[in-house]
Each structure stands twice: as structure tokens, then as C-alpha cells.
Design a protein. Structure first.
Length: 450
């Protein structure tokens, strides 16, 4: 369903622009903005910034007076600029040098900190569970606790030409919010009253955020878009323009897990841990050791279930070390469990071992309730920021979590039976009528006869 931009003015003599705080975008500006985001954005909201030479040129910037050839590139003249670079005095760059002792199997140091471009599997699973849960809660505009009779169109889909549904937008919003520590929402079009009509999640690297005179300023392509940006920060301070997420605190554990995974891979590639060792009383040459092993393998294949026979010069030593001990499985599982907790997901929900022992039905139910209790705090934070950005004062956003936390049908039936049995002795009015129960279960929507 395309966005209706028929009421948007389009002067031929004006270049495409993002528009003002309460004005409409030009049709050309909408297309240019979306093209800028979708053409250069990675398929994930987490990733490295693009190369400067890949970005479109800014036609409104006057180039400097340097010569076109001879000052930049391979043919730069010899001199200070050819052999020196500028860098902050308190943060000099690393000076890489050759080192013959660096094994090829070792990973390069994480010079730039945590790389969230490729999340480890447990972090991906935790963020995806949170994002899917959040996206399953449909939004609604309320005033004084009562839903508005006419809901904004963006509660169904904030930008139909980009998103298939609200679910896709909400999932992108959560992924950016929790993995990078901030979500930046850009308004694309506005209603006649000036409030946002369509908007989208913008990759963090596309927006330059800085603090000037104590206030945050947002710039895209050299143009101030502060009035069109909703900046939702996971954790923030007034001195830092950006938000910070839990994966920054988990950087050390992420590196530990990656190192353990790499160690297990190398261990498996090297043949794993042998179950036993043939030990000779004499020093063997390479040919003799290979011949002895081949004899053992051939004899093992032919003897079936018969016992092995060894001379008095050879002993069989069974390895006592278990593969799981060699791979440090418990250490890796403990690090993964801590990352899951940092992301707000109980380890049990990600099939990670816990110290709670076997889970009963009641214990598992409490864990899911605990997860929603944490999730609700972050959803409230998102709802407050998004409501202040897209709705008038006094109107809020509420996310309906009923389907996510809904108990099983048997428990709901027991609850309804108890509510139906309760009544006011003075009026005879029941706590819930049959029609109210049918409406709560959406039976009326299915047009099932009474």
C-alpha cells in the first residue's frame, strides 16, 4: 500500500529537502530520504558505517582549494604529509610490527572493542526473543486510559512502502534499541495538524549526533533534522550524545565465548582427544610408531569382542580427560547465561543449564512472568518516547501484551467460571457475564452463535 502524498506540495524550483518541524515533506524529499537509507543501509541495523566514498556527494558543499591531482592518493608528493598522520595526542594509534611468534590460528586483537556486526548465537537468540515478544504487542493510542475511537494510521504500519506491517517496524526498533543502545526514528511525512504520519527506523551510522550547548543536535547529510528525529536511548547521560546497550558491558564475556568456540573448533579439527594411548618402554621412531598404531587398528577391527593382547613392552593407557572438560563447556555455558541475563532473558528460556534443577509447570510459568516483568519496563520507556514524538500532549501509547502473557485455555476457563459465579447480592449483577467472557475470548469476532 503506497503512502498517500497527494496533498504534499512539490515546487519545481526547490531541491528535495527534509522539511520543517510542522511542514510536509516534498514528494521528491521523501523518495530521496528513503533511497538514501535503503540503498546504503545494511540488511541489519547493526553494522559498520559505510565507506565515505560510497556515500552520495553533498552538492551544497563547496570543495576546498586543493589541487585535484597531487595532494591525495598514490601520487602525493614526498614530504611530511606523505609519511605522517594526525591523531589525538591522548590516543595514539597502534603501531603494528611483524612478529614471528604470532600463530596463524590466533584471532586478531579487538582493537576497536566489541564488534556487534556478527552477534554470538546466544545474544542473537536473546535479542530475537525480546524483539519478537515486543513486536507481537499491537500499539494503541489512549487518552485518560481510554482508547481513541480513531487510531493513527501508523499503529497499523508506520511506512507501508518500507515495512510489511507494524511487526517488522517494531522488530527493527527493538534490535537497534538493545544491540546498539539506541534507536533513531526519522519522520518521513506529517498529518495536516503537524504530527508524524509515517516514520522509519534509521541506521545509527546515518545520523550524526552531537551535543551543542547542552542540547543534542541531529544531522543527516549536513542538514539539521532534530525536529524529525525520535532518539530512544537504552542507557544515557546528559554528557554523552549516544545511548549505550547491555552488549557493551558484556564485551569481555563475548570475547571469552568467541575464544572458547574457536578453541573447541580447533580441538575438533585436530582430531579431538584420543580415548587411549599406546605406550612403549622403548623410544620409537616415526615409522615404528605408525606401524604400531596400524597394527592396533587392524587387530581391533578383526578381534570383534575379544580382548586385546599386548606384549610386555607395550601398555595401553586410557585417557581420563573427557572431551567436555577439554572444551571447557561449563565455563562457556556460564558466560552465555550471564549474557542472557544482561539482555533480560532468563537462561532457562534459551535452553541454558541453570542451578534450579528440574522445572515444574509452576516454575516455568513464573520464569515467563519474570521475563515479561523486565520486558515491560523497557516497553514503557519506548512507549513514552514514541508517544511524545508522534502524539499530542495528554495522549499516550499503550502496547497490548495480552496475547504474550495469556495463560492456557484451561486456566482462563477456571478464571471465567469464578468471575461468573461472583455477583452483587443487592443488584444480582455478576462480575462477568457470558457476553463479556465471549468478548474477552474474541468469540464474537468469529461470529460463533451462542
Amino acid at each position: 500500500m503506497p503512502v498517500d502524498v497527494g496533498s504534499v506540495s512539490e515546487p519545481d524550483q526547490r531541491p528535495p529537502s527534509l522539511g520543517g518541524a510542522r511542514g510536509h515533506y516534498t514528494r521528491r524529499g521523501i523518495r530521496a530520504t528513503i533511497a538514501l537509507v535503503t540503498e546504503h543501509a545494511h540488511t541489519r541495523t547493526v553494522g559498520p558505517p559505510p565507506l565515505p566514498q560510497d556515500l552520495p556527494p553533498r552538492v551544497d558543499v563547496i570543495p576546498n582549494g586543493n589541487l585535484e591531482v597531487g595532494t591525495v592518493g598514490a601520487d602525493v608528493p614526498a614530504g611530511t604529509g606523505d609519511s605522517h598522520v594526525l591523531y589525538p595526542a591522548n590516543n595514539p594509534p597502534f603501531d603494528p610490527i611483524p612478529w614471528a611468534g604470532w600463530p596463524a590460528e590466533w584471532a586478531m586483537p579487538a582493537w576497536n572493542g566489541l564488534d556487534t556486526h556478527g552477534l554470538i548465537d546466544v545474544a542473537f537468540a536473546a535479542v530475537d526473543r525480546n524483539a519478537s515478544a515486543f513486536a507481537s504487542m499491537p500499539p494503541g493510542a489512549i487518552k485518560g486510559g481510554v482508547p481513541l475511537a480513531k487510531q493513527p494510521t501508523w499503529t497499523r504500519n508506520p511506512l507501508p512502502m518500507i515495512y510489511a506491517s507494524w511487526h517488522e517496524f517494531a522488530s527493527q526498533l527493538w534490535w537497534a534499541f538493545q544491540t546498539t543502545g539506541e534507536a533513531l526514528i526519522l519522520c518521513i511525512d506529517r498529518f495536516e495538524d503537524g504530527w508524524p504520519r509515517t516514520f522509519m527506523v534509521t541506521p545509527p551510522w546515518l545520523v550524526e549526533v552531537r551535543i551543542i550547548h547542552g542540547l543534542r543536535q541531529y544531522v543527516i547529510g549536513g542538514e539539521d533534522v532534530g525536529n524529525d528525529i525520535c532518539h530512544i536511548r537504552y542507557v544515557s547521560t546528559n554528557a554523552d550524545p549516544h545511548g549505550h546497550g547491555p552488549l557493551e558491558a558484556a564485551a569481555g564475556r563475548v570475547r571469552t565465548i568467541l575464544a572458547l568456540q574457536r578453541y573447541a573448533t580447533d580441538l575438533a579439527a585436530g582430531g579431538g582427544v584420543p580415548w587411549g594411548v599406546l605406550k612403549s618402554k622403548f623410544k620409537l621412531t616415526e615409522a615404528q610408531a605408525t606401524s604400531l598404531r596400524a597394527q592396533w587398528v587392524a587387530a581391533s577391527r578383526d578381534r570383534l569382542a575379544a580382548p586385546a593382547v599386548l606384549d610386555n613392552e607395550t601398555d595401553l593407557m586410557v585417557t581420563q580427560i573427557q572431551p567436555k572438560d577439554m572444551q571447557l563447556v561449563e565455563l562457556q555455558q556460564q558466560a552465555e547465561a550471564r549474557i542472557a541475563v544482561l539482555l533480560g532473558v532468563p537462561p532457562y528460556m534459551l535452553a541454558l543449564p541453570t542451578n534450579a534443577g528440574s522445572m515444574t509447570y509452576n516454575n516455568a510459568t513464573l520464569i515467563y512472568q519474570e521475563h515479561y516483568g523486565w520486558l515491560r519496563t523497557k516497553i514503557t520507556q519506548i512507549a513514552g518516547a514514541l508517544g511524545g514524538f508522534a502524539l499530542p500532549w495528554g495522549t499516550d501509547i499503550e502496547f497490548d501484551a495480552e496475547r504474550y502473557i495469556q495463560p492456557p485455555a484451561t486456566d482462563r476457563a477456571d478464571y471465567y467460571a469464578k468471575m461468573f459465579a461472583l455477583y452483587d447480592p443487592a443488584t444480582g449483577r455478576r462480575a462477568m457475564t457470558v457476553d463479556e467472557i465471549r468478548h474477552a475470548e474474541r468469540i464474537d469476532l468469529l461470529e460463533v452463535p451462542s
